[in-house]
Write a protein of this length. Structure first.
Length: 224
């Protein structure tokens, strides 16, 4: 698994982020999120507000974003609970970054299905592109993390890069995705072999009429 990420010096972090507050647009989003919960239940907004805060940090730093301690403290004040309660949430879910990451956070699944399907090739492609687990490339472009199951086992091996999944990877396909991102392009997410969703590699073998449109099989089944 990944080495521990390096968290910047606390003095520097507080100097940079102690005045964090919502942008005008995110204030509207935060109000909408808080409005989903009855009075006294504002703590239920912890998860989406942390996500919103991380995205704002990402927009300000041109990265995927992370959660400096002052930003977590800000969210805690927003929902009226102790900082530690929010910190517990932020440390539990891997969707939250507790240290700075690059513009593209490359999360490689190393759990058994992906491992058996060739995740070592994916990691090798990342390594040969200059990525090191738990580190950000010197140009600030990529951060590499090896993670547990990302829920796309049928299309293993796969990676999650920011909000997108890239599936059915091998060494060359992984390299192509990384090179496209480095050029400022946005490669199409999903299967990199062209198959649709999690269909069999050779295409659908059953319910084929359902691929492009809804189809009522009941008459056929009744006559069968």
């Amino acid at each position: 698994m990944a080495e521990a990420a390096t968290i910047p010096d606390e003095t520097e972090v507080r100097a940079r982020w102690s005045a964090f507050t919502w942008t005008e647009d995110n204030q509207r989003k935060a109000n909408e999120i808080l409005g989903r919960y009855p009075a006294g239940r504002e703590q239920s907004a912890c998860l989406p507000l942390l996500d919103l805060a991380q995205r704002q940090v990402g927009a300000e730093t041109e990265t995927q974003g992370w959660l400096p301690v002052p930003v977590i403290e800000f969210v805690a004040r927003q929902i009226g609970i102790p900082y530690m309660r929010v910190f517990e949430v932020a440390t539990f879910y891997t969707m939250y970054n507790l240290a700075p990451v690059g513009r593209y956070h490359v999360q490689v699944c190393g759990t058994t299905p992906c491992l058996l399907a060739g995740s070592d090739e994916v990691l090798a492609a990342c390594k040969n592109h200059g990525l090191t687990k738990g580190r950000t490339t010197p140009d600030g472009m990529f951060t590499l993390t090896e993670v547990e199951c990302l829920g796309a086992c049928a299309n293993a091996p796969m990676v999650q890069i920011n909000d997108d999944n890239y599936e059915d990877l091998d060494y060359d396909r992984t390299t192509a995705v990384l090179e496209a991102l480095a050029r400022g392009e946005q490669p199409a997410p999903g299967s990199q072999t062209g198959r649709r969703d999690s269909c069999p590699a050779g295409g659908p073998t059953s319910l084929r009429e359902m691929v492009d449109a809804n189809h009522d099989y009941r008459g056929e089944w009744a006559n069968g």
